[in-house]
Design a protein around this ligand. Structure first.
Ligand SMILES: [Zn+2]
Ligand SMILES: [Zn+2]
Length: 265
């Protein structure tokens, strides 16, 4: 079937050394139809207050080059993963204005400026329910303040670095918050991202995807969040089965800001 990896980081991201052409070659090997380079814009992200940012002009030029090189074999899409924080809304808007991307993801990486990635967060919030609830409330605040993007990125990002053993965020357990997140996706027309990066370690509770479907959501996107070539397309086979199991018969990718739906075989 026609499948796109809609979440990849190239060398334009501070935390990736994945060359665009290496990513494209790997995607071809895997039989994918397209990929999107969703490099990080994270305003006021670093400890010293500075931004994770790159020149969008240079980035779009690089994407165009790779696009031309792989034309007819693999579709290359321009994209950005916008880091959401309550106090950076206007900065995000001004950074992005004037640039056209095929696709935009909005992601919450920070809770009160702490990325759970570095382990500090779970020292501040050692209790599972509090730690997760606080993260989900941050997502809700961020999305209410700013939602000019296509897809909500990894709604359960916090689980990746959690030390609890069973790290899954269960829909029933965080019903109020997750129901609110689903409501936001519907209200603001956001696609659901099945981010497969850590699903072999911490599976997503399928009730979340079913709730999106039941609320009328139709647009599901898959992304590996790869920062290395060998992570591209990771867990995709299982993800497609799960998406189908939850009642969807199409998977989407985005081109020029609009969803394109491909039937699941
Ligand atoms: Zn992310
Ligand atoms: Zn990412």
């Amino acid at each position: 079937m026609i499948l796109y990896d809609m979440h990849l980081h190239s060398t334009f991201s501070f935390d990736s050394e994945l060359e665009m052409t290496a990513a494209a070659d790997r995607a071809l090997e895997l039989g994918l139809s397209g990929i999107a380079f969703t490099d990080h814009l994270d305003v006021n992200y670093l400890a010293d207050g500075s931004d994770v940012y790159y020149d969008f002009g240079d980035y779009l030029e690089a994407v165009d080059k790779v696009k031309a090189e792989y034309e007819g074999r693999l579709e290359i899409l321009s994209a950005v993963e916008v880091g959401l924080q309550p106090h950076v809304v206007s900065e995000n808007i001004s950074r992005l204005s004037g640039y056209d991307f095929d696709y935009k993801i909005g992601s919450t990486h920070l809770i009160s400026r702490i990325d759970p990635y570095d382990g500090t967060y779970f020292k501040v919030e050692p209790e599972r329910v509090h730690a997760y609830r606080r993260y989900l409330r941050e997502v809700i605040t961020n999305v209410d303040l700013y939602h000019d993007f296509n897809t909500l990125g990894h709604f359960d990002y916090v689980v990746r670095y959690a030390p609890f053993g069973d790290n899954t965020i269960y829909f029933r357990e965080f019903y109020d918050e997750l129901k609110t997140v689903v409501g936001q996706m519907i209200r603001y027309g956001l696609a659901f991202e099945v981010n497969t990066r850590s699903y072999d370690k911490t599976p997503m509770d399928l009730e979340m995807l079913k709730a999106y479907k039941n609320a009328g959501g139709e647009t599901v996107v898959i992304g590996s969040d790869a920062h290395k070539a060998d992570r591209i397309g990771r867990n995709f086979k299982a993800a497609v089965e799960l998406i189908k199991y939850c009642g969807f018969d199409h998977i989407a990718h985005f081109r020029e800001g609009k969803p394109v739906y491909e039937r699941i075989d």
